[in-house]
Design a protein around this ligand. Sequence first.
Ligand SMILES: NC(=O)c1ccc[n+]([C@@H]2O[C@H](COP(=O)([O-])OP(=O)(O)OC[C@H]3O[C@@H](n4cnc5c(N)ncnc54)[C@H](OP(=O)(O)O)[C@@H]3O)[C@@H](O)[C@H]2O)c1
Length: 332
Amino acid sequence: MVADDRQHLLKYVTGIAVVLENGQSPLTQFMFWHQEGQSQLMTGKIVIIGAGGQLGRQLLREFGERAAGLARADLELTKIKSIRENVRALRPTAVINSAAYTNVDRAEEESQLCRAVNTLAVGQIAAACEDVDCPFIHISTDYVFTTEPGKRLPWRETDRPLPLGEYAQSKWRGEHEAAKVERHMVIRTCGLYSAVAHTEARNFVNTISRFAQTGRPLRVVNDQFCTPSFVPHVATGVKFLVDAALTGNARWGTYHLTNRGAATWFELAEAIVELANLPVSVEPISTAEYAAPAPRPKYSVLDCGKYRELGGPQLPFWREAIEERMRGVEVA
Ligand SMILES: NC(=O)c1ccc[n+]([C@@H]2O[C@H](COP(=O)([O-])OP(=O)(O)OC[C@H]3O[C@@H](n4cnc5c(N)ncnc54)[C@H](OP(=O)(O)O)[C@@H]3O)[C@@H](O)[C@H]2O)c1
């Protein structure tokens, strides 16, 4: 081990992922040092799993030096048997799992893989948290709720989920796994899109912006209502909730956390095109016309009153949030 390597790892721990010069992933490096009895650098942190994803990246930034991030190269969640040992070895003060199999449509074909990541792996992370007696914060989704004809009242944490489709079911089962840890928090969010700098992120805003370049009219579903949410806003809320629970100022359990208001994907697409001045038209279509492989709830707006009652930072309305994103504020 050389001093330079240690500096690289320190940078990684403080939230800036780096490529190690010796080609090892930071976790491999950590395990190596651990064997040498030099594990202090990465232990005692809030460990963020899924640190390469849209929300995970932002959470690393939000928690700063208190956090250590594990991206997929550091912890492959389909290697189920390795998860518990690897997470436990970090002796975290808390674990936040933002990793997930998130391709809702492909999950219908890859149900086994989807379940492995969204349910089985979550169970192993929960077991690791139990082993070291640390809290487990798990990120989940509005898609745990079903289609209820005529519903126009936001879903509350106490409402009964009835997930449609493989992705939604795997996430709901994942919530159950997380809840096996006494000090657990399940945070359900919705329609995430990241800051402008995270251009490779798979999200609706990037997809619309890319398709718009073709100049062909965009046909977008106009009968599914949710609350599109800006990752930096959600990350601020997650940090507030986690800190409140860690300091005894909030109960553990389930929380809803999104921007405010409700929109259809068509309305969001229209806003993106208008704000970016893109030369395309947007046409509303129905869910039936779009014919996606996976079913989705027609109305999955979440009631975030429980979060607001704790006095956390107010998340803006969805329209203000997308305006902020399209202005290109550099936050990622
Ligand atoms: N995106 C949304 O609209 C939305 C809506 C509601 C709730 N959520 C929930 O919010 C959380 C964060 O979502 P996000 O938008 O940040 O997702 P994301 O950008 O797709 O990030 C998910 C991360 O999980 C990683 N991952 C996937 N399979 C893995 C595996 N087998 N082993 C290790 N890592 C793996 C991905 O790595 P790779 O990049 O290498 O695949 C990615 O870095 C998830 O729990 C999601 O279910 C998302």
